[in-house]
Design a binder for this molecule. Structure first.
Ligand code: NAD
Ligand code: 13P
Length: 352
């Protein structure tokens, strides 16, 4: 039996935790090679050292996951072509805005029998309409791509607190089960559903709702208002997913990738935290500024996703059907004050 080789493309906060989870399993499961390569977007630390060298010397991603030891079989590699060349299982986990460029660099550089999974929350908007990141990977690289999404704040999984996750697959259940075996641990319980679009849209759209939740936190509106935002947001998530992909299943919204991820992100995510600060500053400090100051190199996905969703909605004439999604973008772009989220939510709550 040929052993599978895994490479993680990305080494941010979640990328590093994903490598930790995977590497604990490849050591114990015979069908996987022990070593897990992790591609690092190279940078020089204030000490003058290269991040990838520090990760390999200390087994710690001191910038994006400080304080957590990675298993020794995680090998950081700053050369992307070298990192992917032997792998037949590719785990993509970078901020979504970098993926198109990364995929283009990988054309002709990966194994013919490689399969992929995307842990990335976001979408691209093309002339033809929205393009999910798993589709981008499949189309550019000509390989199958599952997704893994869930209520997964990386810092909590890093210290092995229990959580669940959902693998979404298109046709091949066997490949999905292999991904489940690669990720599943006693503290990270993974299940698979045949609804790749539903799972990926849940993970992507909840980041827009998380911004709305952060705005109401920053306005000190209390728990009932926040719960209303979450309810209305979930309704818009489901409606938009089904309009874009009629095959999306209702049950997917009850998996970890759906309601559970929405709740955890609205309580403890980075999008929520930065939106809270944005509203407290009355929208006077931009998200770019707040992201750089509060996240030290980590990236928000919600602000660009809100813009991408807005483009899709306006292009299709659906803006009025999605008042929460549209308002979040109008607030982020400075056209409306943060308090508009409450007025629009009140309006939206009365919709049938
Ligand atoms: P991050 O936000 O912590 O880190 C940013 C990463 O982007 C760093 O690795 C940095 O080196 C890299 N980067 C910066 N500029 C780059 C460039 N030009 N090209 C390529 N890479 C560049 O990353 P993350 O938390 O691992 O997030 C990756 C994806 O995982 C996102 O879509 C996110 O929504 C999703 N996700 C994150 C979490 C979490 O809790 N952090 C949980 C679930 C899903
Ligand atoms: P944030 O990017 O808002 O921290 O969300 C993390 C996440 O997706 C948890 O599942």
């Amino acid at each position: 039996l040929q052993k599978s080789r895994v490479t993680v493309v990305g080494s941010g906060n979640w990328g590093s935790v994903a490598a930790k989870l995977i590497a604990s399993n490849t050591l114990n499961i015979n069908s996987f090679h022990d070593e897990v390569r992790m591609w690092v977007f190279e940078e020089t630390l204030p000490s003058g050292e290269k991040l990838s060298e520090v990760i390999n010397r200390t087994n710690e991603n001191v910038k994006y996951l400080p304080g957590i030891k990675l298993p020794k079989n995680v090998v950081a590699d700053p050369d992307i072509e070298h990192a992917v060349k032997d792998a037949n299982m590719l785990v993509f986990v970078t901020p979504h805005q970098f993926m198109e460029g990364i995929c283009k660099r990988l054309i002709g550089k990966i194994r013919k029998d490689a399969v992929a999974i995307s842990l990335i929350k976001g979408m691209e908007v093309k002339k033809e309409g929205p393009c999910m990141i798993s589709t981008l990977i499949s189309e550019i690289l000509g390989i199958s791509c599952c997704v893994l999404m869930g209520a997964n704040i990386a810092n909590e999984i890093a210290v092995e607190k229990f959580s669940e996750a959902t693998v979404g697959y298109r046709e091949n259940k066997e490949i999905a089960e292999k991904w489940v075996r690669l990720f599943n641990t006693p503290y990270f319980m993974v299940s698979a559903v045949q609804d790749v679009e539903g799972v990926e849209l849940c993970g992507t759209l909840k980041n827009v709702v998380a911004l709305a939740a952060g705005f109401v936190d920053g306005l000190d509106m209390g728990n009932n208002t926040k719960a209303a935002i979450m309810r209305i947001g979930l309704r818009e998530m489901k409606a938009l997913s089904k309009l874009l992909f009629p095959s999306v299943k209702d049950n997917t919204f009850f998996e970890s990738c759906g309601v559970a991820d929405l709740i955890t992100t609205c309580l403890g995510g980075r999008n929520r935290r930065c939106a809270d600060a944005f509203a407290r500053n009355g929208g006077k400090r931009s998200f770019d500024e707040l992201e750089a100051e509060m996240l030290q190199g980590q990236k928000l996905q919600g602000v660009s996703t809100a813009k991408e969703v807005y483009e899709v909605l306006s292009h299709r004439g659906w803006l009025e059907l999605f008042p929460l999604f549209s308002t979040v973008h109008e607030i982020c772009s400075g056209r409306l004050a943060p308090s508009a989220i409450v007025e629009y939510t009140e309006h939206s709550a009365r919709l049938p």
